[in-house]
Design a protein around this ligand. Structure first.
Ligand SMILES: NC(=O)c1ccc[n+]([C@@H]2O[C@H](COP(=O)([O-])OP(=O)(O)OC[C@H]3O[C@@H](n4cnc5c(N)ncnc54)[C@H](O)[C@@H]3O)[C@@H](O)[C@H]2O)c1
Ligand SMILES: O=C(O)C(=O)C[C@]1(C(=O)O)C=C[C@@H](O)C=C1
Length: 355
């Protein structure tokens, strides 16, 4: 059971976890070294400030501070006896766990963790209770970790709507180098190239460059720490990506289309491997309906209401606006079996539906 929790570090991730737990009826006590971050998290309804003298240990304490700060914060939390079970959310695991052991923390009650949901913004103001819905949440218990502690942190992840995944810490670091850390560095490199663009080039920026550079807007201090703590695995991925890019550039200069085509084909194949919601495959093209919506208040609400009336759950939605036009296109992702039913119902309801 997770009935009470302490969250140390009320930034984006700590406050998002606290909001999710609070919504599920967990008693959440919050702490942050920055009083403004703590106050905002409390005002957002994420929990109450942790009392100086905590009498009863909570079921679980979540250390949600930058990777380099985790070991000392965990040691202090354990010394204070804040909880029976401890976890952290740092984006890297091996270096953090090594330092935690060096500081003499109790390893039996500590389950290293990493929720795979986040944003490019920092602080409690960016927190969302649904940040981890359908995301994986890595747990990296060691041989000596108490199985009951693993159960508690598994439950914590599930209460936040995530899918817990037990993985060895070194495998975790190699995996996130591939799916998170190197992509961040590549996004930063592409975004940095925009510094060479003039006003005309930037005025022509479309959705492609926005998608590609969103994560480059993340906090420099945090990402410098993350990349530095996972240096070897990240460097290995960056070297492979750099080799591909160098080969593509050389082929473009020499007019060899095969190399470029091979990169594009492998890119499509890699993209198709990225799982969708809850580990399912990506939404097949045939399960996406494009619906023209007027750019006016309530239009999206009416569209969702029409889908609900047809008994169809909208799994995901993306909205493309046409600048200068009073219209947008909502791309509704639904399970393939529901596509025809929804298309029929929307068409009968007067919506302009395209497959
Ligand atoms: N940002 C993401 O997308 C993301 C996703 C998953 C995991 N993480 C991990 O979550 C952790 C927190 O990242 P964030 O994005 O929430 O950052 P954030 O900057 O929004 O929040 C960090 C909070 O920790 C507090 N803090 C720092 N040192 C502290 C200390 N010694 N004692 C108490 N509080 C302290 C800060 O005041 C701040 O409020 C990091 O370890 C990061 O690797 C981040
Ligand atoms: O969506 C984003 O903005 C993120 O960068 C989230 C993301 C990721 O790479 O998926 C970033 C770092 C984390 O440690 C976990 C999640």
């Amino acid at each position: 059971m997770v009935e009470s929790a302490v969250v140390v570090g009320t930034g984006l991730i700590g406050t998002s976890i606290a909001l999710a737990l609070h919504q599920r009826g967990v008693d959440v006590a919050l702490s942050d070294r920055d009083p403004a971050a703590l106050r905002l998290a409390c005002d957002l309804g994420a929990g109450r400030p942790l009392a100086q003298e905590q009498t009863e240990p909570a079921d679980v304490a979540v250390v949600a501070v930058p990777p380099g700060a985790v070991p000392a914060v965990l040691r202090d939390a354990q010394r204070r006896g804040l909880a029976r079970v401890y976890t952290d959310v740092a984006s890297v695991k091996s270096s953090v766990v090594r330092r935690v052991a060096e500081l003499g923390c109790d390893l039996t009650s500590y389950v290293p963790g990493h929720p795979m949901g986040g944003r490019e913004r920092q602080g409690p103001g960016a927190a969302r209770a649904d940040l981890f819905l359908g995301r994986s949440w890595a747990l990296c218990p060691a041989a000596g970790t108490d199985p009951a502690a693993v159960k508690t942190v598994t439950l914590l992840a599930e209460l936040c709507g995530a899918d817990p995944l037990v993985v060895d810490e070194a495998a975790h670091d190699r995996a996130v180098a591939l799916v998170s850390h190197a992509p961040h560095a590549v996004s930063a490199a592409v975004a940095a190239s925009l510094l060479d663009g003039d006003a005309t080039a930037l005025a022509l920026a479309g959705q492609g460059v926005r998608d590609m550079t969103r994560i480059a807007g993340g906090d420099v201090g945090l990402w410098r720490e993350i990349l530095g703590h996972n240096a070897g695995p990240v460097a290995a991925v960056l070297e492979r990506v750099a080799a591909d890019l160098a080969a593509a550039a050389a082929a473009l200069r020499s007019g060899d289309p095969g190399v470029v085509e091979d990169l594009l084909e492998r890119g499509r194949a890699g993209h198709a491997r990225v799982p969708g919601k809850r580990g399912a495959g990506p939404t097949p093209d045939d399960a996406v309906l494009s619906v023209v919506i007027p750019d006016e208040p309530g239009a999206l609400g009416r569209l969702f209401a029409a889908a609900a009336e047809a008994g169809v759950n909208v799994e995901d939605v993306r909205i493309d606006h046409s600048p200068g036009l009073p219209l947008g296109v909502a791309q509704l992702s639904v399970v393939p079996e529901a596509r025809d039913r929804l298309a029929r119902a929307l068409t009968e309801g007067g919506w302009s539906v395209h497959r």
